[in-house]
Write a protein that binds this ligand. Structure first.
Ligand code: SF4
Length: 173
């Protein structure tokens, strides 16, 4: 019994999701913004600091899924770090509540260059369902410059991967 189980597991292919192609829209957006020389300097490895700027946390659930065994983000050279001082990319969710504005500005200032900001979810793009509220600024680009927008409410892990993998490509200017 154990031998057959071992044999079955040895013969089975990897359980990880096949890598999606980088998103065309993401590549097009990055082409006009990302400094190719800086990307070349970083190679194919990026450290990501996630910033929750007032999200409902559903975007975070999808972002957390990137670390599970199915999506296995680290196989692409992408990894999450605990400090903005170690980060190349800020992955920001939420409509940026007024309470979180200063925290986002300070996190951005603490991230060494070259750096990129990715706005994740409709809230981070333009305020989403919170747009117009007195308590929000209405999107990440109202506070810090954004290089890439990944829409969705929430975006799926595959959508997130498509955007992040586009950052590892060499956009043509
Ligand atoms: S985009 Fe949707 S899932 Fe993400 S924080 Fe906003 S409401 Fe929540």
């Amino acid at each position: 019994m154990r031998t057959s189980l071992l044999f079955k597991n040895l013969m089975r292919g990897p359980m990880t999701e096949t890598a999606p192609a980088p998103g065309d829209q993401a590549l097009a957006e990055l082409a006009g913004r990302v400094d190719r020389a800086a990307l070349a300097r970083l190679g194919r490895s990026l450290a990501i600091r996630e910033v929750d700027a007032g999200s409902c946390n559903a975007c975070e659930l999808e972002i957390h899924a990137l670390n599970n065994a199915f999506y296995d983000l680290e196989r692409f050279g992408l990894r999450f770090v605990a400090s903005p001082r170690h980060a190349d990319v800020l992955l920001v969710t939420g409509p940026v509540t007024k309470n979180m504005r200063e925290a986002l500005e300070r996190t951005h200032a603490a991230t060494p260059g070259p750096k990129w900001v990715v706005a994740v979810g409709n809230c981070a793009v333009d305020g989403g369902i919170f747009a117009g509220s007195y308590a929000v600024t209405g999107g990440v680009d109202k506070v810090v410059p954004v290089d890439l927008h990944i829409r969705g409410c929430p975006p799926t892990p595959t959508d997130l991967l498509k955007g992040l993998l586009a950052l590892l490509e060499r956009p043509q200017k």
